[in-house]
Design a binder for this molecule. Structure first.
Ligand SMILES: Nc1ncnc2c1ncn2[C@@H]1O[C@H](COP(=O)(O)OP(=O)(O)OP(=O)(O)O)[C@@H](O)[C@H]1O
Length: 368
């Protein structure tokens, strides 16, 4: 079922939780609503659910205008952060609940209910635990039961509010992978809320980034990460290194012994952003970039080594990430003094806040 949000807004007294917002979600799409606390994600999801009425605008499921339709008649399934399973019912009965609660003329036979519930429990790999009570399951298993219960009534749209928020990091990662597979198999339309960037980027077909009641950007995860449209999205999606100062005659002077050539950039204030993996380290400056740094911390994290770099030209330390092989080759230790070489630069356009790709400073032949 496709979903069309058409100029939907929501005010609570004098607070605008959601400014007029338009968003189309395709049939079978898995869409993550991502943003900091108070950005309007939950409000938008509750409006899709029918738990909240918009102040203005329309919500369409397919061609059908559901704006004034009660939540009970919208055919949406819910999964919440705290698995609200019925404690006194077995896993089987929890999943069967929605089917048994249907009016008599729509209710499947007992045999049919059993067949459907077991088919779903197999999908969520819990068929062997059908007779257990929720308290006899792990948090991750309980959340899988919640999902099976939500899917049992064959909702047109599945809505999930921080579905894995209460689980520990390792279980979250497992459940994400599992949910992606399940979604690929069953193809339900799904909207979920999260404030966890990694979760949004890993799970979603498209991510909706929100801030202060507005949509900032909607894109596929890889595009979103590579081409954030403004400073907010860039900073929200990952670690950020920033560099700012005044450009004069194509050069950004950063104190006595540091600077960057920015030929073609007009005189005036400039603000540049780059990611930790876009910083290379060298034993000498390049022709166009002289950014001396001192390595102040080293942390191996998974496949990469994260370095913290202190510099006289930046109030915040910079971050750089190297592969383990690069790290070995560079012979870096805490206290090592070297030079940061930007491999990619984006400028924040002062007027619009948009990010503009910049040509790199001349790296010259003296680059080691
Ligand atoms: N029922 C309400 N009454 C008054 N203000 C509300 C109500 N619901 C939400 N708000 C306000 O609307 C804004 C958006 O809230 P919303 O819950 O949608 O944000 P969120 O992005 O989901 O945040 P969180 O991640 O903390 O849940 C906030 O400023 C919030 O205080």
């Amino acid at each position: 079922m496709s979903i069309n949000i058409d100029q939907v807004s929501r005010r609570f007294g004098t607070t605008t939780a959601l400014h007029p917002t338009t968003l189309s979600i395709d049939n079978g799409e898995l869409v993550g609503l991502l943003g900091p606390s108070g950005s309007g994600k939950t409000t938008l999801m509750r409006i899709i659910a029918g738990l909240e009425q918009p102040s203005e605008g329309r919500v369409l499921f397919g061609e059908r205008d559901v704006t004034r339709l009660h939540v009970r008649h919208r055919r949406v399934g819910f999964v919440f952060q705290h698995y609200a399973l019925f404690r006194h019912m077995s896993v089987f009965e929890n999943v069967a609940f929605g089917l048994r609660a249907r009016p008599r003329n729509e209710r499947p036979s007992n045999d049919e209910i059993k067949r459907r519930v077991f088919a779903l429990l197999e999908r969520v790999q819990l068929d062997k635990l059908a007779s257990r009570l929720p308290a006899q399951l792990s948090g991750g298993q309980q959340q899988r039961v919640s999902l099976a219960r939500a899917l049992a009534v064959e909702p047109e749209v599945l809505l999930m509010d921080e579905p894995f928020g209460a689980l520990d990091a390792k279980v979250r990662v497992e459940l994400r992978r599992w949910l992606r597979h399940l979604h690929a198999e069953l193809g339900f339309t799904c909207v979920f809320v999260t404030h966890d960037q990694e979760e949004a980027l890993e799970l979603s077909d498209r991510v909706v980034v929100m801030s202060q009641g507005r949509i900032e950007q909607v894109d596929e995860p890889t595009l979103l990460y590579r081409r954030p449209i403004n400073r907010f999205v860039f900073e929200f999606l990952g670690e950020t290194n920033a560099l700012s100062g005044e450009v004069r005659n194509g050069h950004l002077a950063l104190g006595e012994n540091a600077g960057l050539d920015l030929s073609g950039v007009a005189d005036g204030p400039v603000e540049l952003l780059l990611r930790p993996h876009e910083v290379a380290l060298a034993t000498s400056p390049s022709a166009g970039a002289r950014l001396p740094v001192t390595v102040s911390a080293i942390a191996p994290v998974g496949a990469e080594v994260r370095l913290e770099l202190e510099a006289t030209w930046s109030t915040q330390p910079w971050q750089a990430t190297l592969s383990h092989a690069e790290f070995e080759r560079a012979r870096i230790a805490r206290g090592t003094q070297c030079y940061a070489l930007p491999q990619q630069l984006r400028r924040v356009d002062e007027a619009s806040g948009a990010l503009v790709d910049m040509p790199l400073p001349n790296q010259g032949d003296d680059r080691p």
